[in-house]
Design a protein around this ligand. Structure first.
Ligand code: 3AM
Length: 180
């Protein structure tokens, strides 16, 4: 099974990312992700035998339990790759930054004998692939949310051949204030 660790978006934030994708689609051709698939990747594992899902969950649970629930802020459009064949993204800023968590996850996965893509890591929400970027992109309103939990996501095609990211496991971040 193809797995990755990531953060899901609250409905209110997904409404913003959906609106950003819709406004981009008016001027940026590309293959747009389903809004239901919008997420923030923490670490990509790739193919994992189903019997090791529990071990992957335990790695995420241990690392998340030692990391304060981060506040994420959408910081507008950006892209990876060439402008004529780009991955259109929304940049995400996190407080505290997510890079140390990514590094810890990659180390813990390796120690558990699980696969992990080492990076580079740059937090984002993918909106579209094969995008052809114009000189200017529309504005995307700033929006913030606190991620109190992380997930092990399954990446798989449904019966109609549509790629879906499904949270299989959910684990909490540390919450110093104890509010969650
Ligand atoms: O939507 P984003 O970019 O955050 O790009 C893929 C997607 O993340 C990424 O994992 C998420 C779910 O598929 N991904 C896919 N293959 C990858 C790979 N070989 C990969 N990330 C790193 N290495």
């Amino acid at each position: 099974m193809r797995l990755f660790f990531g953060l899901s978006l609250p409905d209110s934030i997904r409404a913003v990312t959906r609106a950003c994708a819709e406004s981009a689609a008016a001027c940026v051709p590309g293959r747009y992700a389903l809004a239901g698939n919008h997420h923030v990747t923490l670490a990509f594992l790739g193919d994992v035998p189903p019997e090791r899902l529990r071990d992957a969950r335990d790695v995420l649970a241990r690392c998340a339990a030692a990391f304060p629930a981060p506040t994420l802020t959408l910081c507008g459009f950006d892209h990876f790759g060439r402008r004529e064949n780009a991955i259109l993204i929304l940049r995400v800023k996190s407080d505290p930054p997510l890079a140390p968590l990514h590094d810890r996850l990659v180390q813990a996965l390796a120690a558990a004998g699980l696969p992990a893509d080492p990076g580079p890591f740059s937090p984002h929400i993918t909106l579209a692939r094969h995008a052809v970027l114009p000189d200017a992109l529309p504005a995307c309103p700033p929006a913030s949310f606190r991620a109190v939990q992380a997930h092990v996501f399954l990446s798989a095609r449904d019966g109609a051949g549509v790629l879906r990211y499904t949270p299989l496991e959910t684990v909490p971040f540390a919450c110093p204030g104890g509010e969650n």
